[in-house]
Design a protein around this ligand. Structure first.
Ligand SMILES: Nc1ncnc2c1ncn2[C@@H]1O[C@H](COP(=O)(O)OP(=O)(O)OP(=O)(O)O)[C@@H](O)[C@H]1O
Ligand SMILES: [Mg+2]
Length: 320
């Protein structure tokens, strides 16, 4: 599906959005969800991919800068956590952000997503400076993230956690919600259908009505990604999504990250596992002590003496 004329920012403006999904998705309240039984379209990967990313934009703009940091600097008292860092993220790419512990990777995410205001420099997103933009506005503009330490609503179900994410885009006013206007009911219904599609997309739809706290660690990480995607970001920032994963979980996660990009999202990935980073990214930016020390293709990063030096102490096979 392409975004036609008049397709606005809000996902529910586009009536075709979930056209292939059932209009009423009746999700049971407990147990393992039989995904095909509640909506056969949910087992069609194409229909699911379209519901997850109804307005793909990358095809025409692929390769252009989506986000740029210009001299980005973040100080905490005397500590310079991020020191004059400039790089760009191009539409449709998977950019790796790597570096030793304390290098400033998460601080960079926090500066991009409005958690920290830069001490100097700026972030440009889609051609606009984010200087005074509030966090929820940054979400609306199209930047979503996951956290190094999982942050979910543990007592809420997986589906509810995702529907909360889609709420960031709802258009109904509070009175609309109270009086349950038609638009509000439609938004609710669409949010559930899209929530199920998101859970299917990341591979955990059968667990939709399980409380988040009861999901396995790996499924919680996937749920975090689904919740971030629910806000329909242009840019998805993943902070060590594979932390604590075994090799087969890591390889499944690489597949998911590629699928996310192929569905039209741009991805910024912080990850320590060199095999994963080398295997999935298009380009890599390397930080050390808050400074950018390299910015190149994965193959060149692997050979870069400064990068190898920064990673001394890491076993050779983790770099090679
Ligand atoms: N809110 C804060 N207040 C003070 N210092 C901070 C704060 N956040 C981060 N730092 C410091 O800034 C530096 C960079 O931290 P950051 O969390 O960005 O590193 P990182 O590259 O994400 O590391 P890791 O790989 O361990 O997650 C560290 O020295 C850290 O202690
Ligand atoms: Mg970090």
């Amino acid at each position: 599906m392409t975004a036609g004329p008049g397709a606005g920012d809000a996902m529910f403006d586009n009536e075709d959005m979930a056209a292939n999904l059932a209009p009423e998705v009746d999700v049971p309240t407990a147990g393992v969800v039989d995904v095909a039984a509640i909506d056969p379209a949910l087992v069609d990967p194409e229909a699911v991919a379209e519901a997850v990313a109804p307005q793909r934009e990358i095809e025409t703009a692929e390769g252009q800068a989506l986000l740029k940091t210009e001299g980005l600097t973040v100080r905490f008292g005397g500590l310079v956590a991020l020191d004059d860092v400039s790089f760009e993220i191009r539409r449709g790419e998977i950019l790796g952000l790597i570096g030793p512990n304390g290098a400033g990777k998460t601080t960079c995410f926090n500066a991009i997503t409005g958690v920290y205001k830069p001490s100097a420099g700026r972030v440009m997103f889609d051609g606009e400076p984010l200087a005074k933009t509030k966090r929820n506005e940054i979400t609306r503009l199209g930047i979503a993230r996951t956290f190094q330490n999982i942050r979910l609503f543990g007592e809420m179900t997986a589906l509810e956690n995702v529907v909360v994410g889609t709420d960031a885009r709802h258009r109904t006013s509070v009175p609309g919600a109270i009086f349950r206007t038609r638009r509000h009911r439609r938004e609710e219904r669409d949010a559930v259908a899209r929530g199920m599609a998101l859970l299917e997309f990341v591979g955990i739809a059968p667990r939709a009505v399980e409380k988040a706290k009861n999901l396995s660690y790996g499924d919680q990480r996937r749920l975090e990604i689904a919740r971030a995607l629910a806000t329909e970001p242009k840019l998805l920032c993943l902070d060590e999504p594979a932390a604590g994963f075994n090799p087969s979980e890591k390889s499944a996660l690489m597949d998911l990250i590629r699928k996310i990009r192929d569905d039209g999202f741009t991805v910024l990935l912080i990850e320590h596992d060199m095999r994963l980073v080398m295997g999935v990214t298009d380009r890599i930016v390397v930080l050390e002590f808050g400074k950018k020390i390299a910015d190149d293709l994965p193959a060149a990063i692997r050979e870069n003496p400064a990068v190898i030096a920064a990673y001394l102490g890491v076993p050779d096979d983790a770099i090679a």
